[in-house]
Design a protein around this ligand. Structure first.
Ligand code: ZN
Ligand code: ZN
Length: 411
């Protein structure tokens, strides 16, 4: 069985500086050999000039129009955190935070470091509040901590995501009350539930063991939950039905795991793949190669290129690319029997430190893919290749066609 390994460097695309980009500079013999044997091109993740978020871009890359399927970050983050969402569930992102006696937010991250045992204690308190919410409002409320101060809140019932944030988004301002953003009774109900949870948590937090310890040490208390970014779980036809492709995703980042799960991919984790620029890829690549035997498509997400870019760290970005390439080296022969896609979900230029809207390089290798005369994977070279300029939404149909899995259009 021939399958596709898809390596995605998050924010990997860049703009030339002194005539070079991180992809151009990095020593990556495996990827460059695949480039020399296959087709290269450039890709607009969404469409020319659109600056993508990683979530909207991944939706497009998986073949789902983000303008139709993107319903806010909350739902994807909640899925990535391991919550089971049903179509129509409303999800928010949350921060544990510190407010003063007047309810003014003094630290949006409660000192940033929230220990795992503190997070468990908060989850237990939220479970109790959730029972009360169910009794009062007939709405299920599920809270889960993700990383440090971050978490997700899911509401299930006659509620809508059309409510404002309680998060003032800066310190020195009072915790807000959530307001319905339209006239529906579902929006009104959701705002009431969010406000109830917000007040109940602050009241409850006085009894948290974590806060007794924090008070004794003079550390910021965990006494508020900031709710933001409401979205709902869309109805998504799985990849398998839509493109006839059985997919697996290996990723460390909750948001990307959530998008992959939403489109019906099986999720995998690998040691070393946490989602930072210091990640190690040996285990992730080993797992990816094993999964090629069982899946049509194995998607490997590399976050470090984006993290290094937001830090303005050129060398760090080059290092991530080089480490990934080195991890591929033992499997060159296997890769050459399969298809390989290498690309990026958007550019995050070192000089800008934010996502930008120019196209990114893409490589498609396969035993029966046209060999063009591009022999290096980079922004400076791939535009000359046989793939030309495509969009993110074109990748999945292309993969499905090479794998012989797509249906013929017409007779
Ligand atoms: Zn991204
Ligand atoms: Zn980014």
């Amino acid at each position: 069985m021939t399958s596709v390994l898809w390596v995605l460097f998050d924010g990997g695309g860049d703009r030339p500086r002194n005539g070079a980009t991180p992809f151009f500079t990095a020593l990556k013999p495996v990827i460059d050999r695949l480039a020399s044997l296959g087709s290269c091109g450039v890709m607009d993740p969404i469409s020319p000039g659109v600056r993508p978020g990683s979530d909207t871009s991944h939706l497009a890359l998986f073949g789902y129009d983000p303008y139709r399927y993107y319903t806010g970050r909350g739902a994807f983050e909640a899925l990535g955190a391991g919550l089971e969402l049903r179509p129509g569930d409303v999800a928010f992102r949350t921060n544990l935070a510190t407010v003063d006696a007047r309810g003014v937010v003094v630290d949006r991250r409660a000192g940033r470091y929230v220990a795992p045992e503190e997070a468990r204690e908060v989850e237990a308190a939220m479970a109790k509040i959730g029972e009360e919410v169910e009794r009062r409002f007939g709405v299920a409320a599920i809270y889960r901590s993700t990383v440090e101060h971050r978490g997700v809140l899911v509401l299930r019932g006659a509620v809508s995501h059309r409510v404002s944030d309680t998060d003032p988004h800066k310190t020195g301002e009072p915790l807000r009350r959530s307001q319905p953003l339209d006239d529906s009774k579902e929006a009104k109900a959701a705002a009431e539930v969010v406000n109830y949870i917000s007040e109940a948590f602050t009241a409850y937090s006085k009894d948290l063991e974590a806060n007794r310890r924090r008070a004794a040490r003079g550390e910021p208390l965990i006494n508020a939950v900031l709710v933001r970014g409401g979205g709902y779980m869309p109805t998504v036809e799985p990849l398998r039905q839509r493109y006839n492709v059985k997919g697996a995703a290996i990723a460390g980042v909750a948001l990307i795991r959530g998008v992959a799960k939403a489109v019906g991919m099986d999720l995998y984790s690998a040691e070393g793949l946490g989602g930072t620029k210091f990640d190690k890829f040996e285990e992730a690549v080993k797992l990816a190669v094993e999964l090629l035997k069982r899946y049509d498509l194995v998607f490997l997400h590399v976050k470090g290129t984006d993290s290094a870019s937001h830090d303005g760290d050129f060398r760090g970005k080059v290092d991530v690319i080089e480490r990934l390439d080195a991890a591929l080296r033992p499997y060159e022969a296997v890769l050459e029997e399969n298809y390989v896609v290498v690309t990026s979900d958007h550019a995050t230029p070192i000089s800008v430190r934010e996502h930008t809207g120019e196209p990114v390089p893409i490589l498609l290798y396969g035993p029966d893919v046209v060999r063009d005369d591009v022999d290096k994977f980079s922004e400076l070279t791939c535009w000359r290749g046989a793939l030309g300029r495509i969009r993110g939404m074109d990748v999945m149909p292309t993969i499905a066609s090479y794998l012989g899995l797509s249906e013929k259009f017409g007779e």
